[in-house]
Design a binder for this molecule. Structure first.
Ligand SMILES: NC(=O)c1ccc[n+]([C@@H]2O[C@H](COP(=O)([O-])OP(=O)(O)OC[C@H]3O[C@@H](n4cnc5c(N)ncnc54)[C@H](O)[C@@H]3O)[C@@H](O)[C@H]2O)c1
Length: 357
């Protein structure tokens, strides 16, 4: 039986990948230390998701480990010699990073190096998939000419009709420290591919979301927005008239792609991975979509200052990923994704705690 190592297994993407590979016969070793609770406080706690995996997947094994602990990472990978590594553990927030620069860089950049070097030493043939981010492009997408529509911004430049491609420049723009630490990791993941011939892949995610997202104000906007709607809490909109656009992809479709990549890996690849234009929405549109499902109007306030380095309009050009992997396609529309999130929050809130499940 094949073994897969999934880092950040208690988080949104890691837990989805764990379940997806387990259902296809893999022995799954998850690695997580609930660092999300350290980053975001009790509302970021992911133990509920760890317990969910442990109780529902018979061949899931949790490893309580910090990816910054180089020796323990080397030891774990040398023992497991996994057939694939999917690296999802991260400090995932743009806005939190300036307050914790050492934790951010040590986790995102150095933690990734620890895993790559362990892979090179003990399982160099194993596909290594790294969850990167669209923040590697910094705020350069904001330089594209835009047009203002009734409820959203859109590109007003025919070069970007399909969205942002992988060839978009990554430097000479403002990234936030998070974008910079993720870009450092992205480049080094590519380098382990190009230099050592390892089957590595960087997935530059748009907004990745789903029912197991523990959205908090600083990370996971759609999940957090739905939770605010259901609880009647006020959602704060930062700048751009609430018309800023994100493309959203269900975590299950992320896992589906990663499975395809592991089946036919390539070397040193980079893909933009999001919902694309068809599954994009502005914050105002997300309010309307959620309200239509819950029957509750969204309470919100407007802060007339955008978050530093925030994208005004971003959606992924999916042509490269679809061309390389024609078997992969998006199976969950934005509407279905929001429905799943609403249902999951209703279940969790009904249990009396947003984190017990
Ligand atoms: N969710 C998104 O919208 C999105 C978008 C683009 C990219 N990404 C990337 O995808 C990856 C997964 O994101 P997510 O949304 O699942 O995040 P998440 O916060 O839900 O999950 C990350 C998990 O990693 C764990 N972790 C953090 N630091 C750790 C450490 N030092 N050692 C061990 N475990 C640690 C956390 O406890 C958490 O359970 C991240 O790399 C993120 O940057 C996510």
């Amino acid at each position: 039986m094949k073994t897969i190592l999934v880092t950040g297994s208690s988080g949104l993407i890691g837990s989805e990948v764990s379940g997806y590979f387990h259902a296809r016969g893999y022995c799954v070793h998850g690695l997580d230390n609930n660092q999300r609770a350290v980053f975001f406080g009790p509302s970021g706690d992911t133990r509920w998701n760890q317990r969910r995996l442990e109780s529902s997947l018979s061949d899931f094994h949790h490893n309580e480990l910090d990816i910054r602990d180089r020796n323990r990472v080397l030891e774990l990978v040398s023992t497991l010699r996994p057939a694939a590594i999917v690296h999802c553990a991260a400090q995932p927030s743009h806005d939190l990073s300036p307050a914790i620069p050492f934790d951010d860089f040590d986790t995102n950049a150095a933690g990734t190096l620890n895993l790559l070097e362990a892979a090179r030493r003990f399982c160099p043939e194993a596909p290594f998939v790294y969850l990167s981010t669209n923040k590697v492009y910094g705020d350069a997408p904001n330089r594209i000419r835009l047009r203002e529509l009734e409820s959203r911004w859109d590109y007003d430049d025919s070069a970007y009709l399909d969205g942002i491609p992988e060839t978009f420049p990554v430097d000479q723009s403002k990234h936030s420290l998070f974008g910079a630490s993720k870009l450092a990791a992205d480049v080094i993941v590519q380098e382990y591919g190009r230099y050592f011939g390892m089957p590595t892949c960087c997935l530059r995610g748009g907004c990745l979301t789903g029912p197991n997202h523990g959205g908090v104000e600083l990370h996971g906007f759609l999940s957090y927005l739905v939770m605010c709607n259901l609880e009647g809490r006020e959602y704060r909109v930062y700048g751009y008239k609430g018309k800023q656009v994100r493309d959203n992809l269900h975590a299950e479709d992320v896992a589906r792609f990663i499975f395809e990549f592991c089946r036919s890996p390539r070397v040193a690849e980079v893909y933009n991975l999001g919902g694309g234009k068809a599954n994009s929405c502005s914050i105002l549109e997300a309010f309307a979509l959620t309200a239509a499902l819950t029957g509750k109007a969204q309470r919100h306030t407007y802060v007339d200052e955008p978050r530093a380095g925030d994208h005004i309009c971003y959606y992924s050009d999916l042509r490269k990923i679809q061309n390389h992997y024609p078997n992969w396609r998006i199976t969950k529309s934005l509407d279905e994704t929001v429905e799943d999130i609403v249902q999951a929050w209703c279940d969790r809130l009904a249990l009396g705690s947003s984190r017990r499940r």
